[in-house]
Design a protein around this ligand. Structure first.
Ligand SMILES: Cc1cc2nc3c(=O)[nH]c(=O)nc-3n(C[C@H](O)[C@H](O)[C@H](O)COP(=O)(O)OP(=O)(O)OC[C@H]3O[C@@H](n4cnc5c(N)ncnc54)[C@H](O)[C@@H]3O)c2cc1C
Length: 445
């Protein structure tokens, strides 16, 4: 019997996905029924790739994941967060452990630097928040342990994809091996090779800022109580951008006070012309997209620590100033004209890329695949399922992009001066700036 996995982000009203009419057409046209087990190739074994493999294996398909990296995917990101609705759905569906280590935050205080309110700053208003926070690598490991090792090929970069005569897709590895699949899912991230070959016109759009991030052990903070249960949003006093901070479990998964990690993320404008200099790390190597932990040039890191001192209340600036091995991501978004061509699909960040504020990154891939499974069942054929699936992914992807844009305007480019504004003004500004969809909100009611 088919397992029921509820979505972790519902479809918009009017966007139905069940079509018994399509099933009837299938019978009338005598089209070959969908085989019980499809050969499915997944390119990328990170969050979306592993989630896809878990769901598709449970459906009885023959799945092969090709992941470019050789070892465990660590160091991709420190903390990451999402809503309890999303986290609970992933636990309920045994995609992650029921005791998956996470911390809970229930308020997002808007804090501004103010001479009379040092060291903690001035907090005119706090938004009731539902944000569950955890380690990116704990999430990946939890997903990865559910994908059998003989289905996951590490150190296996895909360098080519060709349609063969019966419509199936042949993937070529860097090692020169070719393998045929009935369906291929590109889960190869924001800089997706799949997106480039399917839709070369869909280019990443640089957002004009980067995200500088770091972790400091809670044990190194004299008093961590101002961070307990909260995820402060710190306005920058003198320039665009803002900073987020929250506790996540320790590296061993412990959530005991004193053993956790303080995760911070500071959004800082960076002109396009400055990217080559900024992205050239301390080893003289120029990187694309991300400077991994410890690789920032010391001069750049020092400049950023100074920006933190100038813009943030002392308590928070000190946490940032004492963090080592910081890292940075350039911020991009991309929209796609379609989520598939022939029998090749885009899932997770290979599809639309959204600013990280929305907390959607961890469930995009899961939802894309959940929906694909339903369309395959409804339509009974890959070639009829894909157009239906695609229409839904486009609607959802664009809703999330719109939410990301709203949050970006409020949190980066058009912030309110919370160092002086009153509670009512801050609440009114936030509510007018960001409208969460009813079925996906970080705001606790
Ligand atoms: C700074 C930052 C903060 C974020 N914070 C949050 C947050 O708080 N909440 C949230 O929900 N999301 C957040 N996100 C987003 C989230 O991390 C991503 O959306 C998520 O990792 C996307 O997963 P993915 O599997 O689609 O892609 P990725 O994690 O990028 O993985 C793609 C995989 O494909 C592999 N690959 C690439 N090319 C090939 C190839 N040719 N052959 C084989 N393998 C290949 C790569 O090695 C990689 O492992 C954040 C992102 C960033 C950058």
């Amino acid at each position: 019997m088919r397992a029921i996995h509820p979505y972790v982000f519902a479809f918009p009203p009017g966007c139905t996905h069940f079509s018994s009419a399509a099933f009837a057409i299938n019978i009338l046209t005598q089209e070959a029924p969908l085989p019980d087990s499809l050969r499915i190739g997944i390119v990328g074994g990170s969050l979306a790739g592993c989630a896809a493999a878990i769901l598709l294996l449970r459906e009885g398909h023959t799945v092969t994941v090709h992941e470019r990296s050789a070892g465990a995917l660590r160091g991709r990101g420190g903390g990451i967060g999402t809503t309890s609705t999303v986290l609970n759905a992933l636990m309920r569906n045994d995609v992650i452990d029921v005791d998956f280590p996470h911390c809970s935050t229930t308020t997002m205080p808007f804090i501004g630097k103010h001479a009379e309110h040092e060291p903690l700053g001035r907090t005119p208003w706090s938004m009731p928040l539902d944000l569950q926070t955890f380690h990116w690598s704990h999430l990946w490991l939890n997903l990865r342990t559910r994908v059998p090792s003989d289905r996951y090929r590490a150190a296996s970069p895909i360098i080519g994809a060709d349609i063969v005569s019966d419509g199936s897709v042949s993937l070529r590895t860097e090692q020169g091996e070719d393998e045929e699949f009935d369906l291929v899912l590109f889960a190869d991230g924001a800089h997706s090779f799949g997106r480039q070959i399917l839709f070369p016109e869909a280019e990443l759009r640089y957002r004009g800022y980067m995200l500088w991030r770091g972790l400091l052990p809670e044990s190194a903070i004299e008093d961590s109580s101002p961070l307990e249960g909260t995820a402060p949003r710190l306005a920058h006093l003198r320039e665009p951008g803002s900073t987020a901070m929250y506790l996540i479990p320790g590296s061993d998964g412990s959530t005991v006070p004193g053993s956790r990690l303080c995760n911070w993320a500071m959004y800082v404008p960076l002109q396009e012309k400055s990217i080559p200099r900024f992205m050239t790390g301390r080893d003289g190597r120029r990187r694309e997209g991300m400077l991994p932990p410890g690789s920032l040039h010391p001069d750049e890191e020092q400049k950023l620590k100074q920006i933190a001192q100038n813009n943030l209340p002392r308590y928070y600036a000190d946490i940032i100033g004492r963090s080592t091995d910081t890292y940075a991501h350039l911020m991009y978004t991309v929209d796609v004209p379609s989520y598939y061509r022939e029998r090749m699909c885009l899932i997770g960040d290979a599809g639309v890329v959204i600013q990280p504020f929305t907390g959607s990154g961890i469930f995009k891939g899961y939802n894309n695949v959940r929906s694909l499974i339903d369309s395959l069942h409804d339509q009974g054929s890959i070639d009829r399922a894909l157009p239906q699936w695609n229409a839904m992914q486009l609607v959802i992807g664009r809703r999330l992009l719109a939410l990301g844009d709203q949050m970006e305007k409020a949190l980066i480019w058009n912030p309110l001066n919370v160092s002086t504004a009153g509670a009512e003004a801050v609440e009114a500004w936030w509510k007018a700036s960001v409208r969460f969809p009813d079925d996906f909100t970080l705001q606790r009611s």
